[in-house]
Write a protein that binds this ligand. Sequence first.
Ligand code: CA
Ligand code: ZN
Length: 295
Amino acid sequence: MDLFSNSSVYNFSKDNVPALRVKAPATLDIETLDCFSNQLRNPEDTIEQLDWDRINPATGPVYIEGAEPGDALKVTVNRIDLNEKGTVCCLENEGVLGHLFKGSHIRVAPVKDGYVHYLDLKIPVKKMIGVIGVAPAGDPVSNGTPGPHGGNMDTLMITEGATIYFPIFAPGALFALGDCHAVMGDGEIGVSGLEIPAKINVTLEVVKGKAPKYPILEDKESFAIIVSKPTVDEAIAHATELMCEFLEQRLTSYTRPEIVMLMSLTGDVRISQVVDPEKTVRFVFPKKYAAGAEF
Ligand code: CA
Ligand code: ZN
């Protein structure tokens, strides 16, 4: 293990002291706590016992030598190894349906043989990383909040095999990650996925001078631009504009209206989460209609 979960931070900040310094490209094993700092691991645990000062830890930060503002940090998620059980919660007056029930509730669910065993149901595991990013440009940003720097994007596509390009705002980038989920639905409507400790293997590289405006994800099938804004409407508008710009720079034989029509025919607006202080949306474009396009 290169980085244990006792090196954790609760915000992304250019002033955070690095837990580790690496030269890029670097491949690391990083251990993460769940979003409750592993405080709710047993069925008899309650939200009332929670120390709220230890919510949403991210392991890090990692200082990448030579990473400068204006560069992109390229993060490839090679592997996510989940713990054997996770915790889901819902809280009165939190999330989309919090006005419909009383009190705080948790359920602990075993994760075994590729399934989450929730109540009497078997739900196929869909591993993902909720919090991942770099230090922002200005003031520190709590790990609960997503933004141009990444953070709490709670996006299903951030999983094994995905590569995410982050804009770098501070020397060394100060990369950190945490908040893994064994499964979550788009929207995360009840405020949590199946929150679970994990070990994550990532490769960190620097792409000089190519900072995107918001995180851009690439996997086998797609490019996705992940935008967080105070409302879903604003996030959709901006993610769509950024994808149009991204495609225009790469599919140079098409006019802008042709690209808009192509996006309308083949691209998807997808909701990542609607329960954090800023809402996260992704515009997903299939790579097969952007032959040869690269980040
Ligand atoms: Ca989260
Ligand atoms: Zn989470």
